[in-house]
Design a protein around this ligand. Structure first.
Ligand code: ATP
Ligand code: MG
Length: 415
């Protein structure tokens, strides 16, 4: 006997109708815009050796220490479902010899996995779009990625609801000096920090700035910003990025305490945030990760990139209307039904979207054509067939005309 149907796993999604269209709209818009910027698609595996993520994202980050789906496979190797794209892309850059193509502008999208507490805008299997430039140390690469992100948000119609927050994490000497000042600040407030942040203080103090715990917020917000510690080179780099954004007409605001999870972030760090999604307000985020490829055992190679949650963008942008077929074919009678198979095939081969119900009388089929939002109903009775014509009804205006079968494709395509 069949048992109970197994449930959908917590934090995963099934999408149909409006939800799927909203999702698809983000992916399609991303794919259209990335072509304008010359980013080529890259496909990488959904799972990797655990070390790929542990070494590139960093052992002390939340993603690696708490959120990864890690399991031994049947051969005993430790594998991890990708929690992001960057690490796998950088691994491929090294193992597949893609260095020869540098600088490489890449775009990817698909599912990623994180073991988090599911809530609105936070899933265990979610989806990202991702853009990376590997092998370019110039601020022009950072600018190009940010203008790309900005155009994507504009084309999704949500640019006004999202703010670009920008920071620099400087170069290595900048970061060391800032880090020492932050540790001194947090040590002064040791007694008020959350347990998690006490742990971060020992392992990754910059992360305290990013804490969502209300006990940490006042201490994080009063921490020294990075500007007092920037070297001349780091300041010049940041100035080049911001003036490029200004020239391109991209609005940004400075957030002097914005940090990103990775230990290897350098220079530019950014988040596009909204106040429309509650605590899940970051829709797109990224930065420069010049130390990452080195940490994977490759030659020191600069990189910069961003990722965005498709679900969060889709929630903001909403779904376009469902598209009905151009033609609903409605055969009446056995001979017409058989001939209609040839007509519907010809329409589709000519690039005209066409649909034909499997069953139902004229009235049912007409109703179905209207509900589907078809532009034309093409009605084919045995009499019409004998004359080599069909009745074409414009479903919006109700106007009906007779069209010969050999001009049908042109008649409905042109309209
Ligand atoms: P958050 O602070 O919300 O946890 P994050 O810093 O972990 O985000 P990133 O690693 O920068 O996120 O991932 C890039 C984007 O992916 C985020 O800006 C967000 O839009 C999306 N994202 C991250 N985690 C989730 C999740 N669990 N469910 C849905 N979208 C997510
Ligand atoms: Mg997170």
């Amino acid at each position: 006997m069949a048992g109970q149907t197994p449930n959908r796993i917590r934090g995963t999604q099934d999408m149909l109708g409006e939800a799927q269209r909203a999702y698809q709209h983000v992916v399609d818009t991303f794919d259209r815009v990335r072509v304008l910027y010359g980013f080529q698609r890259v496909e990488v595996p959904v799972f990797e050796a655990t070390a790929v993520f542990a070494r590139s994202i960093g052992e002390t980050t939340d993603v690696v220490s708490k959120e990864m789906y890690t399991f031994p496979d049947r051969g005993g190797d430790s594998l991890t479902l990708r929690p992001e794209f960057t690490a796998g892309i950088c691994r491929a850059y090294l193992t597949e010899g893609w260095q020869q193509f540098a600088p490489l502008k890449l775009a990817a999208s698909g599912p990623v996995f994180r073991y988090e507490r599911p809530q609105k805008g936070r899933f265990r299997q979610f989806h990202q779009i991702d853009a990376e430039i590997i092998g370019a140390a110039e601020p022009q690469a950072d600018i190009e990625l940010l203008v790309f992100a900005d155009q994507l948000l504009r084309e999704l119609g949500i640019a006004d609801e999202v703010t670009l927050q920008l920071n620099t994490l400087g170069d290595a000497p900048t970061r060391d000096a800032w880090r020492a000042a932050l540790i001194a600040h947090f040590e002064k407030h040791r007694g008020e920090l959350s347990e998690d942040s006490l742990d971060r203080l020992a392992r990754n103090p910059l992360r305290i700035l990013d804490s969502k715990d209300p006990r940490d917020r006042p201490i994080a917000d009063s921490a020294p910003g990075i500007d007092g510690f920037l070297t001349e080179e780091a300041a010049a780099y940041f100035a080049a990025v911001t003036s490029g954004l200004d020239a391109a007409g991209v609005k940004w605001t400075r957030n002097e305490t914005l940090v990103r999870g990775l230990d290897y972030y350098r220079h530019t760090a950014f988040e596009f945030v909204t106040d429309r999604l509650g605590a899940q307000g970051t829709v797109l985020a990224g930065g420069r990760y010049d130390g990452l490829i080195g940490s994977l055992g490759g030659p020191e190679t600069p990189g910069v990139g961003w990722a965005a949650g498709i679900e969060r963008l889709a929630m903001l942008a909403g779904a376009p209307a469902a598209e009905g077929p151009q033609v609903a074919l409605i055969p009446m009678g056995a001979a017409a039904e058989a001939a209609a198979q040839g007509i519907v095939a010809a329409l589709r081969r000519a690039g005209v979207s066409a649909d034909m119900a499997y069953r139902g009388n004229m009235k049912k089929r007409m109703q179905k054509a209207n509900t589907a939002g078809a532009r034309f109903a093409v009605i084919l009775g045995d009499d019409e067939l004998a004359k080599g014509v069909a009745a074409v009804k414009d479903l919006a205006s109700g106007a009906q005309s007779e069209v010969t079968l050999d001009t049908l494709v042109e008649a409905v395509r042109a309209a």
